[in-house]
Design a protein around this ligand. Sequence first.
Ligand code: FAD
Ligand code: NDP
Length: 314
Amino acid sequence: MEKLLIIGGGPAACTAALYSARADLSPLCFEGEFTSEVLPGGQLMTTTEIENFPGYPEGISGPELMADLKKQAERFGARFTYKTVTQVDFSGVPLKVMTHDESFEVSAVIIATGATARYLGLESEKRFLNKGVSACATCDGALPRFRGQTVVVVGGGDTAMEEALFLANFAGQVHVIHRRDKFRASKVMGERVVDHPKIKVEWNSVVDEVLGDDSDGVTGVRLRDTVSDAVREVACVGYFAAIGHKPNTDLFDGVLDKEPSGYLVTKSDSTYTNVAGVFACGDVQDKTYRQAITAAGSGCMAAIDVTRWLEGQE
Ligand code: FAD
Ligand code: NDP
């Protein structure tokens, strides 16, 4: 039987692995196979430059950072494997975790399965990903590409408002593209956006196409008016999707407490879930911050929580 199994391979899982390995728990980490749903190494594998992870004054690429985090955990005995967890049974002790071809019995589980940013699903979004298309203004907004230039943000919720306000610090002009004539966002956030001199709201508008070419990346968007059906183009170098995130929690339907938005519920100021011995950290339980460093921080918390919980069981 394993002492600790960690589901995930992103910053949260790797940090939980590092701390729990140093506590002699010899964690086994399932970081998923390479499929469209899961990505070993996590979300940072899809990005080029990370400028806001402390310790890298010149910045670092996502894949390099993830390789370093994993190597550091392995140095202390963490074991990583490219397996996708397909089912869990947390109804009794020991806890059970299943993959396509194996079943594991474990004393404790840390869930760090992350979340996936939603995109509209356009082919052109995929084509220009990291060439002007992003789903994280906090991550990418300050890059030289966007400074002083025109960018668009798609969405009408609080995330879109935050992204637009953040981008307005760097960009020359920000267009918020919203499919209705009223924001879903809180009143105060919506008003800040509407009143901002650098932000223009494109009401009743949807993106039909992200425009661009292979050398320059994004050069504009084609919008359609949802009332008149009229089509127009807005020139821009950046396209930020802000239409929500989907936490990777389908696996835990009916097993763990979730918020209506699908995020796992953890007890306040801790990583405990509603099932004894099961802990959650990173983006899978964080709808607010969603940063590599906050995911890593909560991975550390989960490892400390699990270590103390296992000590209490002995
Ligand atoms: P994730 O990184 O999402 O990792 C989840 C892991 O769980 C993956 O390894 C996946 O394979 C695994 N998994 C999921 N389901 C299963 C399963 N059933 N079985 C086994 N494994 C499974 N943040 C920053 O701080 N700075 C940035 O510059 C930055 N840039 C970003 C750029 C992009 C394009 C994106 C999408 C995000 C960016 N972020 C950035 C946000 C950051 O990537 C996330 O906050 C962080 O990766 C969350 O870490 P996590 O470990 O919680 O989850
Ligand atoms: P929301 O679900 O609140 O908003 C998503 C937005 O994207 C909506 O305006 C929606 O339009 C739009 N949208 C969704 N799908 C499409 C589509 N296919 N095409 C065009 N537009 C689309 O998600 P958020 O990420 O904004 O917020 C999630 C939660 O986090 C909320 O509870 C929010 O309040 C909270 N949050 C709070 C913050 C804060 O307090 N500072 C900051 C960020 C988030 P429509 O309105 O028409 O449905």
